[in-house]
Design a protein around this ligand. Structure first.
Ligand code: ADP
Ligand code: ZN
Ligand code: ZN
Length: 705
């Protein structure tokens, strides 16, 4: 922000990126003068600060990318050569051979199976430094002839030179929707509610093309995980060099370059996840938020903004059109649409008149299971569908939203479950590499052979995780080529893309994984989709548990039957009558909303979208101190409500958070609700002025754990 020009030079009232609310006055050095633009996107920053109760400096920091805060452009490292460990697969296709070779070498086995899960090759530095696998075991594998080391140039950005043929012509439905959106007044936000496979991307691109043709700029927001080569190629196919792709793999220097090109107007279109909502696109004409229901649009640190809502504000400030798209819109957006604040356009059918795949709900309590595997929820129905698909050389996608090998280990004698010493949560059993791990803080300890409490010598694994499912599938479908995609197989830079490329090229028969595989993927040869356990998130103590389950199951179901061979979906559950499962099986958002909204409306305690919500989380190392501070926060809120807000604020708690201990800290929370957004705005701003380091304020939280 530049204040009035002083006599001796220019002065700027500068807001520092620190949690302080008072601006400092600085003289603007000549070298920086041209970089300081009066009022540049400061409105948006103010809104972030005022709406979310974040200090202005931190709000502005979110708007500028890190490297631009320092004057000099950091010199990127020269492209280096990298050492890759590549598996040779010498006779390792049979499980028996594998057992024989690794019988006395569990560490080598761990390395081998980790690299296998990573797609057959991985940088040595990643295996040793990040995954902490033993260097000796790596070398052992090489000596055994099971792997070799290759020197390759550092992995290239797979987006760098990506393009695809020009897009197909629009279908009549798509054309009608484009025409409808373009004739809607710019100030009216639009929801594109199109079923999975209805070709929403083509609609976005067509609208953005119109924007660019009139020499205006545009932003396309996608969830990080959907920023695949597939998506990027489609966008490049239309906009060529006019597009800046702001993916998370960019180095600081590359990111700064991309932002400069946008600011100078050399590129008019920005594609990226959450933070791309702040991209300095010139003459902004439209912002598209794809998969607007995605929780990953919410930022997890201050300012805790939701990119969809920030996009709405930015579009309004700059006179741009806002388009939200989803097959499973959030209840918040549906509510806005019902109130007439958003205009809805529907694409109720798939491209090419392909039907949505039929979904069979498999009741795990009674359905016949495959005999040999009573401990794994694997029904005969799903089993024969998978076998059939493999026989016909079609592909299969299996969702299990729980990584690791088993959910926890339990002593059958005394019931003891090893938990994380830092967090109030059971440790997850991992096998590649073997360890008990905490999924919240990363704590790791060896898998116990005997019970730490009673000494019992047998320990039982409970709850199926993706690693175990992969192992099971390997035994059951010995010839199938299986790829697993979850947080553990995608830690290295482009692993996610490599797995999807192998899937696209037909080198994978079964793709299994967590929620990562549920969205956006478009593989026409996938004819069977199985949800192995639909209930993993259904009973979380969070009012959105049902909505998340509905979205996850409906989205993954939408991956089946995108080609001429059609498709089938199997949803295994112990809650076959739950409205989230039923509605997902019917691919029906309306059915879900009709059942879910009453649960969030009076006489039940109201929850969004029926009320606004702000969560105060207090954390500290001392339990009594934490509980006491939470009590004082609640008391302050109650006083504020009765003294200044006409009692329009409902205060719940304090209560321990469902995750009561995390990374060594105790956690308590207080929830506040108000129907009037203005009331919550006053509360968060009043708190911003008080602010306390141990208290985190989260407006419109996407998780209550
Ligand atoms: P959604 O995002 O709505 O699930 P996509 O945008 O991924 O759907 O499109 C689904 C598939 O249909 C893609 O393979 C896409 O290339 C194809 N498609 C979309 N529009 C057309 C069209 N007009 N003609 C032919 N194919 C199309
Ligand atoms: Zn025991
Ligand atoms: Zn932990």
């Amino acid at each position: 922000m530049i204040g009035p020009a002083g006599r001796g030079g220019r002065y700027a009232s500068v807001v520092l990126p620190v949690p302080v609310n008072r601006p400092y006055i600085y003289e603007v050095p000549d070298a920086l003068a041209e970089r300081v633009v009066p009022g540049a996107r400061v409105e948006l920053g103010r809104w972030l600060s005022d709406y979310y109760g974040a200090p202005l400096g931190l709000a502005l920091r979110a708007i500028l990318p890190g490297p631009l805060w320092s004057a000099a452009r950091p010199a990127g490292p020269p492209p280096a050569a990298e050492r890759l460990l590549v598996l040779t697969r010498n006779g390792m296709d049979s499980l028996l051979e594998r057992e024989r070779r690794f019988k006395r070498a569990p560490k080598r086995r761990a390395v081998y199976e980790t690299v296998e899960a990573l797609g057959g090759s991985a940088p040595v530095s990643h295996l040793v430094n990040q995954l902490r696998l033993s260097r000796n075991s790596l070398e052992g594998l090489v000596q055994q002839g099971l792997a070799r080391i290759e020197r390759v140039p550092e992995m290239r950005d797979p987006f760098a030179a990506m393009s695809s043929p020009p897009p197909p012509t629009l279908t009549e439905d798509q054309r009608n929707v484009v025409a409808g959106i373009e004739s809607t007044p710019v100030a009216v936000p639009v929801l594109l509610h199109g079923v999975t496979g209805s070709g929403k991307t083509l609609v976005y691109l067509e609208i953005l093309r119109g924007v660019v043709a009139s020499d205006r700029g545009a932003i396309l927001l996608v969830p990080e995980i959907a920023l695949t080569p597939q998506t990027v190629a489609r966008v490049r196919g239309v906009f060529g060099d006019h597009v800046a792709v702001l993916h998370s793999g960019l180095s600081d220097g590359e990111r700064a370059d991309a932002w400069r090109a946008l600011r100078r107007g050399e590129r008019l279109v920005a594609v990226g996840p959450r933070s791309a909502v702040f991209a300095p696109v010139q003459r902004l004409g439209a912002i598209v938020v794809d998969e607007e229901h995605e929780p990953s649009y919410k930022q997890g640190s201050v300012p805790r903004y939701h990119a969809r809502d920030a996009a709405a504000v930015r579009a309004q400030l700059e006179g741009a059109r806002l388009i939200l798209g989803s097959a499973t819109p959030s209840l918040e957006t549906l509510d806005q649409a019902a109130q007439g604040r958003i205009r809805t356009f529907a694409l109720p059918d798939r491209v090419g008149a392909r039907p949505l795949p039929p979904v069979e709900i498999v009741d795990l309590r009674s359905a016949p299971r495959v005999e040999a595997t009573a401990t794994i929820p694997w029904s005969e129905a799903l089993d024969s569908a998978v076998a059939g698909a493999l026989e016909r050389q079609e592909q299969v996608i299996l969702l299990l939203n729980r990584r690791g090998f088993a959910t926890f280990v339990q002593c059958p004698a005394c019931g003891n479950v090893p938990g994380c010493p830092q967090c109030a949560i059971a440790l997850t059993v991992h096998q590649t590499p073997p360890a008990l791990r905490c999924h919240y803080c990363g704590h790791e300890q060896p898998v116990p052979e005997t019970c730490a409490l009673c000494g019992s010598a047998t320990q039982r694994l409970r709850g199926l995780g993706t690693q175990q499912l992969e192992h099971f599938l390997g035994e059951r479908f010995g010839r199938a080529r299986i790829a697993r995609m979850d947080l553990d197989t995608t830690t290295s830079k482009w692993a996610h893309h490599h797995i999807l490329e192998r899937m696209a090229s037909g080198a994978v028969d079964i793709l299994l994984g967590t929620q990562m595989i549920a969205k956006g993927l478009d593989f026409p040869n996938v004819t069977v989709v199985g949800v192995v356990d639909a209930d993993t998130g259904l009973h979380f103590p969070d009012f959105r548990a049902g909505e998340r389950t509905f979205q996850l199951v409906a989205q993954v179901a939408g991956r089946a039957g995108r080609g001429p061979r059609g498709g089938l979906v199997f949803v295994q559950t112990r809650a076959p009558d739950h409205h989230a499962i039923r509605a997902a099986a019917a691919h029906s958002v309306a059915q879900f909303a009709a059942a879910e909204l009453p649960l969030r409306s009076p006489p039940n305690p109201p929850y969004p979208p029926r009320t606004g919500l702000v969560r105060f989380v207090v954390s500290g190392t001392d339990h009594a101190w934490t509980a006491d501070l939470a009590e004082r926060v609640a008391a302050w809120l109650r006083r504020a409500s009765s003294a200044r807000l006409d009692g329009m604020l409902t205060v719940l708690g304090p209560a321990p958070c469902p995750l009561m201990r995390l990374k060594g800290k105790w956690r308590w929370h207080v929830l506040t609700k108000a129907a009037e957004p203005r009331v919550l705005g006053r509360v968060v701003r009043a708190w911003r002025a008080k602010s306390h380091r141990a208290v985190m304020v989260d407006r419109d939280p996407v998780s209550l754990l």
